[in-house]
Design a protein around this ligand. Structure first.
Ligand code: AMP
Length: 339
């Protein structure tokens, strides 16, 4: 592999002008380690096995070179198909990935869409009909479209499997194998996972062809860019302390992880009663409720000290991971358990 140890600029990685412009507009100054390692490999058309967690910049590590490859060899996407397929374990993550692709592709004129469950089929079928450059999908809904022949995956040139270990947790390994079985052999594969349990290693072995492996964190370690604190406290003091911390100046947008769905609802209720605006999202909420909660948490104009998103662990893994926030002294920032 090319020595990337001295690379400090995106332009050193061989990225084209429209991408460099988009990156400058996003305010990215230099590539993260996973980007420095992965981008040249993907640009060369090689298969990649990336061991990296959310928060490391891994989305751009695959999105940037994929967009460049698609733009270098421009052609119409196959009808009811897509040139690049990214599989993601959750709707929230699929949306985040697609937003990243769109932001990086802003000067390139490539189409990016998402397909996931919990919403109507009609608009998805319409988007698929004419062909899409980059499709980000969750496995279940994509399988539904394949069964209806509204999605045909055989023309896919680049296949990305993101958060493979979470896919395993959510029972998606069988659907992934079924989808992959319909892809052309002559494709580029990118496979990302934070951890490598043996079943994921086996899946990677089946899907990847002579991959280059890049790794930015050893298995099951924490992400360096997230500052973490642990507070030891009696159970009954937890909520009042949380309310106190959230009322501190400078606490603008917060995600709190709880162990159970009911716990998430209870904490949100407690905070609302304490005058702190909070919403909960978890598997029992409708897609509309989740999207509203996320939109509130993401909106720029939100007053400080207010919104709290409170997903249960599994939901949190899809929507909240990767949102960085500095923890102050004595502040607790908890991350969901690794798959
Ligand atoms: P990811 O691990 O892909 O979820 O990315 C984590 C966060 O880092 C996202 O909010 C990205 O927009 C941001 N990010 C990715 N690459 C860079 C970079 N090179 N410089 C600054 N921020 C970045």
């Amino acid at each position: 592999m090319k020595d990337t140890t001295h690379v400090t600029q995106f332009s050193d990685l061989g990225l084209a002008k429209p991408l460099l412009k988009a990156l400058a507009e996003k305010g990215y100054k230099e590539p993260t380690p996973i980007q420095a390692q992965a981008i040249p490999v993907v640009l060369q058309g090689k298969d990649l096995l990336g061991i990296a967690q959310t928060g490391t910049g891994k989305t751009a590590a695959f999105a940037l070179p994929i967009l460049q490859r698609l733009a270098e060899d421009r052609k119409p996407a196959p009808r009811r198909g897509f040139r690049c397929l990214v599989l993601s374990p959750t709707r929230e993550l699929a949306t985040q990935i697609a937003e990243n692709f769109k932001a990086y592709a802003v000067h390139m004129g490539l189409s990016v869409h998402t397909i996931y469950g919990g919403v109507k089929y009609g608009p998805q079928m319409k988007a698929l009909a004419g062909g899409i450059d980059v499709l980000v999908a969750t496995p279940g809904r994509l399988m539904d479209h394949m069964a209806e022949k509204s999605a045909i995956v055989s023309g896919t040139e680049i296949f990305v499997l993101d958060e493979a270990d979470q896919m395993l947790d959510l029972g998606f390994v069988v659907p992934i194998r079924k989808i992959a079985a319909q892809l052309t052999k002559n494709r580029q594969n990118l496979f990302f996972s934070a951890t490598m349990p043996s079943e994921i290693g086996k899946l990677a072995g089946e899907l990847l062809n002579n991959p280059v492996q890049v790794s930015v964190a050893p298995q099951a370690t924490t992400v360096e860019r997230i500052d973490q604190r642990v507070l030891f406290i009696e159970a009954q003091r937890k909520r009042p302390l949380l309310a106190e911390i959230l009322a501190e100046p400078g606490v603008e947008r917060t995600i709190v992880f709880t162990r159970t769905k009911r716990g998430a609802d209870r904490v949100a209720k407690y905070l609302n009663a304490a005058g702190i605006e909070a919403a909960s999202i978890h598997g029992d909420k409708t897609q509309g409720q989740r999207e509203r909660a996320l939109a509130e948490g993401h909106s720029e104009g939100h007053p400080p000290d207010d919104p709290v998103l409170r997903p249960s662990q599994r939901q949190a893994a899809g929507c909240g991971r990767g949102r960085r926030r500095q923890a102050g002294p004595g502040r607790e920032v908890r991350r969901p358990a690794q798959g």
